[in-house]
Design a protein around this ligand. Structure first.
Ligand code: HEC
Length: 173
């Protein structure tokens, strides 16, 4: 039995190493602003202070999926659905949400809660990102490994750190 577990662990680790995280192909904040904000306000402003009090995590996933298919008329599934649910977790917890949505040889970029401050850690080096609206963008220092970068968003005294090695968006749980 323990041998079986050891094997499964090894397989799990091998998988993690062989499949690097990719940037999100569909930016979740843009999706929300395009398809949900007309009823729920920009960044969910109309959800209200009490939002999430009566929503379990399962219920939240269910509602987001149903809303996307129903009133929004823009069904989402898989990673796009998970990222949208994650964005809602951040809204409920009143924490900055951050996502990674693209890269080039010299830059990384993504989305963040409006008016958040964003810094990106490449090894020992902390680099300030520029933020315009809900988009952040940062230069990758020469020789830095973008795949192991940490994106740190600060907003209203709260901080969210996204490890690009683990996920392309924060609040995945
Ligand atoms: C045409 C208007 C409309 C659009 C577009 C819309 N919604 Fe809704 N949404 C509602 C209404 C109305 C309710 C309240 C329904 C209820 O409580 O029975 C609701 C409820 C919700 C709730 C639960 C709120 C709570 O306080 O429990 C969530 C979460 C939600 N919507 C997410 C979304 C998402 C995500 C989108 C975009 C994919 C979206 N909605 C698009 C009208 C809309």
């Amino acid at each position: 039995m323990s041998l079986l577990f050891a094997c499964l662990l090894l397989i799990g680790e091998a998988r993690q190493k062989s499949v690097p995280v990719k940037p999100l192909s569909a930016p979740p904040i843009r999706y929300f602003e395009d398809h949900c904000a007309r009823c729920h306000g920009s960044f969910g402003a109309f959800y209200g202070e009490e939002f999430g009090k009566d929503l379990s995590d399962e219920k939240l996933q269910e509602v987001v999926k149903m809303m996307a298919e129903g009133p929004a008329g823009a069904p989402i599934q898989g990673e796009s659905l998970s990222a949208q649910v994650a964005f809602h977790r951040a809204l409920i917890r009143k924490e900055p949400f951050v996502a990674w949505t693209g890269r080039s040889a010299t830059e990384l970029w993504g989305e963040v809660t409006e008016n958040a401050k964003v810094q990106v850690r490449f090894g020992k080096r902390l680099q300030a990102a520029s933020v315009k609206g809900s988009e952040w963008r940062v230069k990758v220092p020469p020789q830095a490994n973008a795949q192991t970068a940490q994106v740190i968003a600060t907003w209203k005294g709260k901080q969210t750190t996204l490890l690009l090695q683990q996920s392309a968006y924060s609040h995945s749980r």
